[in-house]
Design a protein around this ligand. Structure first.
Ligand code: 51J
Ligand code: ZN
Length: 260
C-alpha cells in the first residue's frame, strides 16, 4: 500500500498530487527515452471502439475537467495491444500548462508538450466496478495522447464550446453525442509501460498506452482550457493551469514500443 508522506509547502496553485509517494515502485508519469524502449513484435494494434451515445456529461472536479461516459454497457471499449482483457471507457480528461513550454505529464526524451489527453478505461472482465479496478493489478488502462499547437482541432471544438458552462469547480453540464475517436491519432504506434494514476490515490493499477504521434489543436482551444478555474463559484479566482504531476523514477521498468 502506498503511503503519502506529509505534504511539503507548495505555491497556492500546486495540486496535492505533487505529493511524493513512499513505497511506490511504478509511479507515473515518466520520461520515455525512445532509445531505451524495447521494440516488442508481439504488441498488436490497439482495438478502440467508442459509442458517442455513451457520452454523458462534463464535470469540473477542481483538478481537470472530466468527460464522463456511461460504462453500464459494453459499447465503448479498448482491447488488444498489451491488454489481456477488454477495458471500458469511464472518462477522459486533459493536463495542460499556464504557458506553452509545459503541460504534458509524460515526456518523450525530455520533450514536453503543451497538453496531454488521458482516456481512462477499467477492466470490466476481471472487476465488477470502476472503484474496485482502481485499486487492483491490471485494473485500469489509460491511453495518453499528446497535443501540440497548430491547426484548430475541429472535433475538439464541440467540447471547447461547452467549457464555459463548467468554469467553476464542482460544476457539471450535460454533454452528449461526442466520439473521442476523433482525438486518437491516425498512426496507432504507441509505447506501453506499467504505472499508476498521476493523481491521488496514485494507485499502481494502470497499464499506460502512450500514442507516439501527437494530435494538433489551436491556441484558442488551449486558452479555453486555461480559462477554467480550480476554485468554486464565489471563491478567489484561480485559473486551472499546470495541473500535471512531475515525472517519476522509472525504477525497475521497461517501456515497450510497437513496430506497426
Ligand atoms: C478514487 C479515484 C480515482 C481516480 N479516478 S480516475 O482514474 O478517473 C482519474 C485518473 C487520472 S490519470 N491522470 O491518472 O489518468 C486523473 C484523474 C482521475 C480522476 O478521477 O479525477
Ligand atoms: Zn490524467
Amino acid at each position: 500500500n502506498l503511503l503519502a508522506c506529509s505534504q511539503t509547502a507548495k505555491p497556492a496553485n500546486q495540486q496535492s498530487w505533487q505529493t511524493q509517494i513512499q513505497g511506490g515502485s511504478r509511479q507515473s508519469p515518466i520520461d520515455i527515452r525512445s532509445s531505451e524502449s524495447v521494440h516488442d513484435p508481439q504488441l498488436t494494434p490497439l482495438s478502440i471502439s467508442y459509442d458517442p451515445s455513451d457520452c454523458l456529461q462534463i464535470w469540473n472536479n477542481g483538478d481537470s475537467f472530466l468527460v464522463e461516459f456511461d460504462d453500464s454497457k459494453d459499447n465503448s471499449v479498448v482491447s488488444g495491444g498489451p491488454l489481456e482483457n477488454h477495458y471500458k471507457l469511464k472518462q477522459f480528461h486533459f493536463h495542460w500548462g499556464a504557458e506553452n513550454n509545459r503541460g504534458s505529464e509524460h515526456t518523450i526524451n525530455s520533450l514536453v508538450y503543451p497538453a496531454e489527453l488521458h482516456l481512462v478505461h477499467w477492466n470490466a472482465e476481471k472487476f465488477r466496478t470502476f472503484d474496485e479496478a482502481i485499486f487492483s493489478e491490471n485494473g485500469l488502462a489509460v491511453i495518453g495522447v499528446f497535443l501540440k499547437l497548430g491547426r484548430k482541432h475541429d472535433g475538439l471544438q464541440k467540447l471547447v464550446n461547452a467549457l464555459p458552462a463548467v468554469k467553476y469547480k464542482d460544476s457539471t453540464v450535460e454533454f452528449s453525442n461526442f466520439n473521442p475517436s476523433c482525438m486518437i491519432p491516425s498512426c496507432l504506434d504507441y509505447w506501453t509501460y506499467p504505472g499508476s494514476l498521476t493523481t491521488p490515490p496514485q494507485t499502481e493499477s494502470v497499464t499506460w498506452v502512450i500514442m507516439k504521434k501527437p494530435i494538433e489543436f489551436g491556441d484558442d482551444q488551449l486558452s479555453a482550457f486555461r480559462s477554467l478555474l480550480f476554485t468554486p463559484f464565489g471563491e478567489k479566482l484561480e485559473n486551472m493551469v499546470d495541473n500535471f504531476r512531475q515525472q517519476q523514477p522509472l525504477m525497475n521498468r521497461v517501456v515497450r514500443a510497437t513496430i506497426l
